[in-house]
Design a protein around this ligand. Structure first.
Ligand code: 13P
Length: 246
C-alpha cells in the first residue's frame, strides 16, 4: 500500500517572510494529518527558514532543483550537501519548466537523480507531454523516453514519479481523472520494465492545475498516488484543503 503524498512546488514565489507566514498558518491546520505525506518545496532562499520551522513537524522539506557536483566553481548552483544542511529530504528533478527554459535533457536529469539518491535524498522526477505531443498521439512515447533516459541505472527505492502534462500546468485545464489514470498506468508499466514488482511500490503523483475542487476525484484513481501542486499550494488554506482531500 502506497502512502499518498501531497507536495507543494512554490516555483519562483515567496520571500522568507512570506514563507514563514505560510508555515505558521499551515502547520496547525494539518497537524492532525497522519495518513498523507506532506511536502513543501520553497525556492532556495527560503529553504533554511522553512527547514527550521518544519523541524519535528509532519511536513517534509524539498528543494526544487540541485546541481550534481559535490562543490566547486559552479557559479549560481546549489549542491546536495547544501540542501541536506538546511533540512531537505526531497528534491524535484526534471520539472518541465527546467526542461523548457533551461534546456535540461533526460541525460542531464539522470545525473541529478543519481547524485541526489547517492546523497540519500528522495527524488520527485517529473515527466509529461506538451499539448501538440498529446494531440499527435505521442504521449506514451514521451513518457517512455523520459523514464528510460532520466532513470538509467537508477534504483527504485527513493524514487517518486510526478506525471505533469505540460498543457495542464498553470493553465486551469486539469487532466481528467481518466486521462491521469491512463497515463499513470503506462508510467507504471514502464517502471515494471525497469524494476519488476518493485514498481508497484513507487509513488506516481499527478501535477497540473490541481485544486481543492478536483483533488478528491483525481486521488480516487487507483494509480494516482499523490499530487504535485503549483498555484493552489501558495495559499495555506487552499493547500491544507488539498492535503485533507479525504
Ligand atoms: P499548477 O498546479 O500551477 O498547474 O503547477 C503544477 C506544477 O507544475 C507543479 O510542479
Amino acid at each position: 500500500m502506497i502512502t499518498p503524498c501531497i507536495a507543494a512546488n512554490w516555483k519562483m514565489y515567496k520571500t522568507t517572510a512570506q514563507t514563514a507566514e505560510f508555515i505558521s498558518e499551515f502547520l496547525p491546520s494539518v497537524k492532525s494529518v497522519t495518513d498523507v505525506e506532506i511536502i513543501i518545496a520553497p525556492p532556495f532562499t527560503s529553504l533554511a527558514k522553512a527547514g527550521e520551522m518544519l523541524k519535528g513537524s509532519n511536513v517534509k522539506l524539498s528543494a526544487q532543483d540541485l546541481y550534481f557536483e559535490k562543490e566547486g566553481a559552479y557559479t549560481g548552483e546549489i549542491s546536495l550537501n547544501m540542501l541536506i544542511d538546511v533540512g531537505c529530504s526531497y528534491v524535484i528533478v526534471g520539472h518541465s519548466e527546467r526542461r523548457q527554459y533551461f534546456n535540461e535533457s533526460d541525460e542531464f536529469c539522470n545525473k541529478k537523480v543519481k547524485a541526489a539518491m547517492a546523497a540519500g535524498l528522495s527524488v520527485m522526477y517529473c515527466i509529461g507531454e506538451t499539448r501538440p505531443e498529446r494531440n499527435s498521439g505521442k504521449t506514451f512515447d514521451i513518457i517512455k523516453r523520459e523514464i528510460e533516459g532520466g532513470l538509467k541505472d537508477v534504483a527504485p527505492e527513493k524514487l517518486v514519479i510526478a506525471y505533469e502534462p505540460i498543457w495542464a500546468i498553470g493553465t486551469g485545464v486539469t487532466a481528467t481523472p481518466q486521462q491521469a489514470q491512463e497515463a499513470h498506468v503506462y508510467v507504471r508499466e514502464q517502471l515494471k520494465a525497469l524494476y519488476g514488482d518493485k514498481a508497484n511500490e513507487i509513488r506516481i503523483q499527478y501535477g497540473g492545475s490541481v485544486k481543492p475542487e478536483n483533488i478528491a476525484e483525481l486521488m480516487s484513481q487507483p494509480d494516482v498516488n499523490g499530487a504535485l501542486v503549483g498555484g493552489a499550494s501558495l495559499k495555506a488554506d487552499s493547500f491544507a484543503k488539498i492535503v485533507k482531500f479525504r
